[in-house]
Ligand binder design. Sequence first.
Ligand SMILES: Cc1cn([C@H]2C[C@H](O)[C@@H](COP(=O)(O)OP(=O)(O)OP(=O)(O)O)O2)c(=O)[nH]c1=O
Length: 207
Amino acid sequence: MAVRPHDAQGGAQATQTAQTLVLASASPRRQDLLAQIGVTPDVIAPAHIDETPHRDELPKPHAERLAREKAAAVAPDHKDALVLAADTVVAVGKRILPKAEDEATARKCLKMLSGRRHKVISGISIVLPSGKQLTKSVTTVVAFKRLSDADIDRYIESGEWDGKAGGYAIQGLAATYVRFLSGSYSSVVGLPLFEVGGWLNAHLKQN
Ligand SMILES: Cc1cn([C@H]2C[C@H](O)[C@@H](COP(=O)(O)OP(=O)(O)OP(=O)(O)O)O2)c(=O)[nH]c1=O
């Protein structure tokens, strides 16, 4: 399978690899983001883990723990592969917002995000064929404009909140609510490409 991680300057390195890359994720966004840097996983193997925060768990350790657990859950079935997993959380202060699975939750999240800054934290983790596991996280600050009831109704109507951490997707209509962003746009969408690209360049075995 051909994998072409880009170098730090953004130029494509036409490299081949014999090594299997497993993406431990059901998120189509994460596949799209990898495609953006020329990477096609050999295997998509979603991890099924309990994503409930531990009591008093802070957002950053939570995102890192879930990314680590997702990669570790899938790795035993793919011994010689490099397994990549991620978890994206939206946090207001110490509070972890839920992944919106229904309208009421999405509405609550949007009201909480309206007119204020929040953090989006993506934990990423890889398990190397040696069994060694690396985990880190990337934090991005996002500021939303004040949302009117009409804004919220329109957003709920769009359905774009479905399955998204914090009830919004920056890559869609919600882009018009983002007054300011400091950090990594790709991390907000679900996978920090600077960090993941660096890991793949460093650890994917090349012929
Ligand atoms: C904040 C934000 C989140 N999201 C998405 C990314 C993730 O898919 C989702 C957060 O949930 P995650 O639990 O990180 O990922 P997932 O359940 O979709 O997939 P898997 O656990 O199998 O990897 O929210 C966006 O697409 N855009 C955004 O702006």
